[in-house]
Design a protein around this ligand. Sequence first.
Ligand code: LMR
Length: 312
Amino acid sequence: MKITVVGAGNVGATCANCIAQKELANELIIVDIKDGLSEGKALDMWQTAPINYYDTRVKGVTNDYAATAGSEVVVITSGLPRKPGMSRDDLISINAGIVKSVTENVIAHSPDAIIIIVSNPLDVMTYAAFLTAKKARNKVFGMAGVLDTARYRAFLAEELNVSPKDIQALLMGGHGDTMVPLPRYTTVAGIPVTDLIEEEKLNAIIERTKFGGGELVNLMGTSAWYAPGAAAAQMVEAIVRDQKRIFPVCALLDGEYGMKDIFLGVPVVLGKNGIEKVIEVKLNKDEMELLEGSAVAVKSVMKVLDEMNIFA
Ligand code: LMR
């Protein structure tokens, strides 16, 4: 098994480190455009192998996509992170071209790879990679729901003073302020969360989740990396180990939830074929309205990408 992570910045390096520690591959390649960065991070990571006790051979290369040839899973984290005061959508003009050119290079050397997008604005960068890769929708999708759900679960665990392991939750929609955490599909060891927490507190947690990325940008002056990197690695694990995990993933919809031609976070089964099934959960009128509102927001940014005319 060979896996590539494109981008040796904070998110890419964290993701690669998680992949190595989980021993998901024999060979893990990290590519970056900046001379020496991925070589250095890969070397540093490889030197943790005797300590953290793994065999995965981690190698870094500068822009050498030939070294990534034959990768079965590729995680694309390339692009600029946002700064305080920016929305993820503000990154589209710079990151669209980057994601396009990276995807072209990836496909040229690993035509069969499953591609996971992490770059922002997430839903639309997944669309950009899909247009570039020209692959079936089960093989090009985006990471965000795993991250957003993790934030939601972490906040709930803190509030309830219970283990995050026992919080199960579903969150749908775009990876932006319109994302839709679903309390009706949130349980704590099987107990409906609404039985355990007051409505006001739950609503505050939902709001905090929606702006969870921005909270970290404001604290650190740049985007988060531990949870985004770990979330992408968890998706890689589900694919590589054919776990059939159910995760919210940014996927191209083809009639599900009454929507078509849009990339949106929905629950899917992830296994060796990538997205093996899109799950259609029953949403009530209010939940459906929120999901549709999120779809409108994502569509408007997809339109901006279309109008950039870079996919002739
Ligand atoms: C996140 O949610 O942490 C990422 O999308 C990065 C960001 O800018 O918020």
